[in-house]
Ligand binder design. Structure first.
Ligand code: SF4
Length: 369
C-alpha cells in the first residue's frame, strides 16, 4: 500500500495507485481537492464510470473512482426489516468501499459486483435530500451515519468531506452525525466546531483480532489517541465493540481494550457504546474463502439466526455481552449502551427488557445532551 504523510498525525495515509474521474466531474470541488493532494498520481478521465470497475475486489481497494452518485444517498439501516431490534439509524452513502481490508467485512459480499472504491462528487445533493427529511419531521431526532458502505474518515485526507458534513450538522437541531472509523484521520475535525451534533465513533477490538483481521487500519493505540484528540476538541465519541469475536483469551483481550480506552478518554463524553457479535452469511464466507481471508474466523462454529446471518450460539453471545456490560458499567454506571442486530429475546436476557423500535435512538440521543 502506498502512503503519504498528512497533517499533524504521525500516521501514514492511504493513497490510490490511480484516480479515475467521470467526465464532467473533473472540476468538481471534490475532484480538484483530490488531484491537489495527489499531484503525482496518474489520472484517467472516463465517459462512463462503470468502465472503472476493477476485475477483483482487491484491485478495487487500490484505486479511487470519483463520480456523481445516481439515485438516493439516504438509506435506512436494515436491522428493522430483519426481525432485529431497530435503533432507527439513517445511512448516508457519500462513498462506496474502503481502502482498509478487514477479513470479516461484509462489503466483500455486498459490493462483490461493483467493488470500485468510489467517492461521490454531488455531496450537496445528498445533504439536500437529508435536509428534506429533517424538515419534514422536526419532532424527531435522527442519528445519521456515513460509515456503512465505507469508513467515514479513511479518505478524509483526500476529500475533506468532514469539512462539509460537520458544519451542516452543527446547524441542525434534530440530527446527530456519526462518523464511524477504524482510522485516526481526525486532523480536519480538530479545526471545526461540531456544536454537540457530531459523534466520532471508533470500532475497537481485542488487539489479537485487530492485528490479525484488520489490515490497513490504525492500531488500537492510534485509534485511542485520535479519540482523545477529538474529545479535547469538543466532540462526543462513540465506541463499537463490533464484531465481538469469541477467540481464545477473549475475556482478557476485551477487558484490556476497555481499560486502555478509558485510561485515555473521558467516559462521560462517550455518546454511546454498541456491542455486536461476529455475523456471517454463506455468500460472505464464500467471498472470504476465495480471497483466503479470515481463515481463523471461518473456523468458528456459527448458527443461523432469523435474519439469515450466522453468529456464535446465543448462550455464548449473551455471556460475552454480559461480561462487556459488567466491565463497561464499572467504568461508568451511566454509560449509554446498546446491542446491535439482535432479536428482542437477547435484549431481554442481557438488559432485562427490550426497547420499542425508535426508543433506542431517542434514549441514546438524550443520554449525553
Ligand atoms: S474498516 Fe469497515 S468498511 Fe473498511 S474494510 Fe474494515 S469493516 Fe470494511
Amino acid at each position: 500500500m502506498r502512503a503519504v504523510e498528512h497533517g499533524t498525525s504521525d500516521r501514514r495515509r492511504w493513497v490510490p495507485t490511480a484516480v479515475w474521474i467521470e467526465r464532467g466531474e473533473e472540476e468538481s470541488s471534490l475532484a480538484r481537492r483530490v488531484r491537489g493532494r495527489l499531484p503525482d498520481s496518474p489520472v484517467c478521465i472516463v465517459e462512463d464510470p462503470r468502465v472503472a470497475e476493477p476485475q477483483t475486489f482487491a484491485d478495487g481497494k487500490r484505486r479511487l473512482v470519483i463520480q456523481r452518485r445516481r439515485g438516493s444517498f439516504l438509506q435506512h439501516c436494515p436491522a428493522g426489516i430483519t426481525g432485529m431490534v431497530c435503533c432507527n439509524y439513517l445511512v448516508m452513502n457519500f462513498a462506496s468501499n474502503c481502502p482498509f481490508d478487514c477479513s470479516y467485512c461484509f462489503l466483500q459480499d455486498y459490493l462483490a459486483n461493483n467493488p470500485a472504491l468510489k467517492a461521490f462528487t454531488n455531496v450537496g445533493d445528498g445533504l439536500a435530500e437529508l435536509d428534506d427529511v429533517l424538515r419534514a419531521h422536526p419532532e424527531r431526532t435522527f442519528r445519521v451515519g456515513t460509515g456503512e458502505l465505507a469508513d467515514s474518515l479513511a479518505l478524509d485526507h483526500l476529500t475533506d468531506l468532514s469539512c462539509e458534513l460537520v458544519p451542516f450538522f452543527a446547524e441542525r437541531r434534530n440530527a446527530l452525525l456519526e462518523l464511524k472509523t477504524k482510522s485516526d484521520d481526525v486532523d480536519n475535525l480538530l479545526g471545526l466546531d461540531p456544536k454537540g451534533r457530531v459523534v466520532v465513533a471508533w470500532s475497537l477490538n481485542a488487539r489479537a483480532i485487530t492485528a490479525a483481521e484488520e489490515p490497513g487500519t490504525a492500531t488500537l493505540d492510534e485509534r485511542i489517541r485520535a479519540a482523545a484528540r477529538v474529545q479535547a476538541a469538543g466532540y462526543l465519541i462513540g465506541v463499537h465493540f463490533d464484531p465481538l469475536v469469541a477467540h481464545e483469551g477473549w475475556e482478557a483481550g476485551y477487558q484490556e481494550v476497555i481499560a486502555a480506552l478509558f485510561r485515555t478518554v473521558d467516559p462521560r463524553r462517550v455518546a454511546w457504546v454498541s456491542l455486536g457479535s461476529l455475523r456471517m452469511t454463506s455468500t460472505l464466507k464464500m467471498a472470504m474463502r476465495a480471497r483466503r481471508h479470515g481463515i481463523q474466523l471461518l473456523g468458528s462454529e456459527l448458527v443461523p439466526g432469523v435474519d439469515g446471518k450466522e453468529r456464535v450460539w446465543r448462550g455464548l453471545r449473551v455471556k460475552m455481552y454480559r461480561r462487556m456490560l459488567e466491565w463497561l458499567r464499572q467504568v461508568d454506571a451511566q454509560m449509554p449502551l446498546y446491542i446491535c442486530m439482535e432479536p428482542a429475546g437477547v435484549w431481554n436476557t442481557v438488559f432485562g427488557a427490550a426497547p420499542a423500535d425508535r426508543e433506542v435512538a431517542q434514549r441514546l440521543v438524550a443520554a449525553r445532551q
